[in-house]
Ligand binder design. Sequence first.
Ligand code: ZN
Ligand code: ZN
Length: 295
Amino acid sequence: MIRHMPHEDHGPAHGWDLHCHTVYSDGTKTPAEMIASAVASGLHGLAITDHDTTAGWADAAAAARRAGLPILRGTEITAADGDISVHMLAYQYDPDNTAITELFRATRAARLERAKRMVARLSEDFPIDWHSVLRQAKQGEKTTVGRPHMADALVEAGVYATRSEAFAGVISGASKYYIPTPSPSTDEVVRTVREAGGVSVIAHPGDRGRNTTLLGDGRIRALAGEGLGGLEVWHRGNADDQRRRLLGLADELGLLVTGGSDWHGAGKPNRLGENLTGDATVREIVARGAIEVVG
Ligand SMILES: [Zn+2]
Ligand SMILES: [Zn+2]
């Protein structure tokens, strides 16, 4: 078991960046560009963690082998814990495991259904329909149709001048047309990732910028009992008081402590490697995981 010093409030100076997005979700760089940046900045390795998909894993693995940089393969899964939206990082699981492929399939189907219902509500009062919304999804089949596409259809129809005006208007979370995005529960994600041989880590658990209500100690203890692997303590969204709280919980519950930049390329100010995970913790994730490190 890895022990953590309770007074420690900064992540390791060297190590791995275990939270990185590419063009396979909402990042702006390809896996190969990400890996080249990681090599240039002297990272020991990184994890690809695009939202709700393994679509970038093959590209990332090929680039890692070419560059000789080891990588973990992972996914940032959007989950729900009651009314709280929780991001969960899942590492080194078997992508062909039926429990996890079914979880992703059911989530995609529920989100598609939600998008159709929300567009149906909007189409009663605005000149858009499912076809005009679908037309905005430039990546076709691979895209999860959502509010950005509804916004673009409203702009195309002349209802708004820009996408952000639409987001502030009839597709905002406060609008009567809005329907929340369906997500699997945190318990379901922890159980399913464990079943698929992977390690689950709660991403940025102390980020008040994302959630006015944070996941409480009691829920973190319950998830630890169900097989949660760790907490992402070293993340720019966690304030110092939250880092201390999370380190205390990790120590009490024997959870791994990870760090990551939440890099999105040019899409966000986060710098690759600005927060890191220590080598010993990465070795532990690999030892527990179902798949090999590549690179
Ligand atoms: Zn996140
Ligand atoms: Zn992220």
